[in-house]
Write a protein that binds this ligand. Structure first.
Ligand code: NAI
Length: 434
């Protein structure tokens, strides 16, 4: 398959002799978008970086790649459907790496690409994102040898769906970018395989229905599972092979090594419905590696203002337990929101923690008209605004994406700078919340 024709000017023969998507030697894979130390243009005699690029090449690569993505964004669904159709026709053995239904998978690929392009000029953040992606792909069974096939089908898709911006220079830019991107992912996966399994088996040891829709599920992993309070992981059930959904850990690491998740069955949520309605003790799930950065910095002394909406209270409870285990107890205020009083399924646990720890306050908040007992009424952000002042506190938010967005706006409005506000990626929550 060839894509070497187009509208972006004369061909430049700077892909090198490695050929398409052949990973460079380990040390020759700088982050895409990382400026070469020497600067200058190739014809000025500037030294290229290890991937054969100079500053000028790297910068024009960014522009060319962004132009392709802008064009692709006009028909993302068709482009991603074309990509997978091509991939499965050309490389049928790769089909078994993907779930039977590809609906969510399609979004994930495009979001990952968009995110990589968005971070393209930010070497450290891009490398961190790609390394996490590479490690996370181990659980799917992805091998280094799969990357060239993906790259070839990606280029063909870009040529087909971004014809205005496609051409030899753009293609060369994408080849450089994809080669560097895949190298980072491959290296991160290889490094991770030295000390962690690709996935963990997790046997359900307790399954408690707290409401008709919500279950608290406790599992025992087959190998030690190191993680930090506030993180989350991907879960696969035996009933929907290769469909993974993210759930936050509902407890800090425990001496007995057990892990707990809070799951609400949502309409059309295959995994969540199976976990709530079908899973029983003895069933075996698979877990991916821990991920997420909504963790507590124990060196800081500021108070923690925590907003947990619905099952989003799970990682907040883990954070409270984490603070309780660290000597210096800073003030922690938890606002726990639900649509109705009966949806505050974990309130007793949190109130129990508050009785044991004088640095902890827990305030239930239910939607107006549904108040029961001592609960505040209204939306979580409004309840937070009515208390305070909060400008010296750190903000932690977990719950529906709409709550996180309005909560962040509220906290910023109340004087908490964005770098002191933590929550999980909204893209991940929107795409895989079920
Ligand atoms: N790490 C995280 O951020 C986690 C997020 N979740 C997500 O939390 C959600 C939980 O769903 P449910 O239990 O059904 O919660 P829910 O829909 O019942 O909402 C819980 C609370 O959020 C408030 N809320 C909802 N939308 C809002 C908006 N646009 N602005 C302000 N407040 C809003 C509600 O008033 C209520 O107090 C799921 O989307 C799940 O994916 C769950 C666990 C962890």
């Amino acid at each position: 398959m060839t894509t070497m024709s187009g509208n972006d000017g004369p061909s430049v023969d700077d892909i090198g002799e490695r050929g398409w998507f052949t990973p460079a030697p380990r040390e020759a894979a700088p982050a895409p978008g990382t400026a070469a130390p020497h600067g200058g243009r190739p014809e000025d005699g500037a030294q290229p970086d290890a991937a054969g690029r100079t500053d000028a090449v790297a910068h024009s690569d960014t522009e060319l790649i962004r132009a392709t993505m802008a064009e692709l964004e006009q028909t993302p669904d068709a482009a991603v459907a074309y990509f997978y159709a091509l991939l499965f026709v050309q490389y049928p053995h790769l089909r078994e790496l993907f779930p039977a239904s590809m609906d969510t998978q399609r979004d994930r690929l495009f979001r990952a690409l968009l995110n990589a392009v968005r971070l393209y000029d930010d070497g450290p953040r891009l490398t961190a994102f790609l390394a996490e992606l590479g490690r996370g792909h181990r659980k799917y069974g992805t091998q280094a040898a799969h990357y060239p096939a993906i790259g070839e089908c990606l280029m063909a898709t870009l040529a087909q769906y971004a014809p205005q911006s496609w051409g030899p220079r753009t293609e060369a830019a994408w080849v450089r970018a994809y080669t560097a991107i895949s190298q980072i992912m491959i290296d991160a996966a290889a490094e991770d395989s030295l000390h962690a399994p690709a996935w963990w088996q997790a046997e359900v040891v307790a399954h408690e229905r707290r409401t008709p829709d919500i279950a608290v599920i406790t599992v025992r992993t087959d190998q030690p599972y190191p993680f930090r309070a506030g993180q989350y992981t991907a879960v696969e059930t035996p009933w929907w092979p290769r469909v993974w959904r993210n759930y936050s850990f509902a407890s800090a690491p425990r001496p007995d090594g057990l892990l707990t998740f809070h799951v609400r069955a949502v309409p059309a949520g295959w995994v969540s419905t199976a976990l709530v309605q079908r899973a029983r003790p003895g069933d075996v799930l698979r877990l991916g590696p821990p991920t997420g950065s909504m963790t507590v910095d124990h060196d800081a002394g500021s108070g923690l203002l925590c907003l947990g909406g619905g099952t989003g209270i799970a990682p907040i409870k883990a954070l409270v337990e984490d603070v309780a285990r660290h000597g210096t107890h800073r003030p922690v205020e938890v606002f726990y929101g639900a649509r109705r009083g009966e949806d505050l399924y974990d309130l007793d646990t949190l109130l129990g923690l508050a009785r044991s720890h004088d640095w902890l306050a827990v305030r239930p908040v239910v939607a107006a008209g549904s108040a029961t007992g001592d609960a505040l009424t209204g939306r979580l952000p409004d309840a937070v605004r009515a208390h305070g002042p909060w400008s010296a506190w750190d903000g932690y938010l977990s719950g529906p994406p709409g709550m996180i967005k309005s909560g962040v706006r509220t906290l910023v409005g109340l004087g908490i700078p964005t770098h002191r506000i933590r929550h999980d990626s909204l893209e991940e929550l929107v795409a895989t919340g079920a």
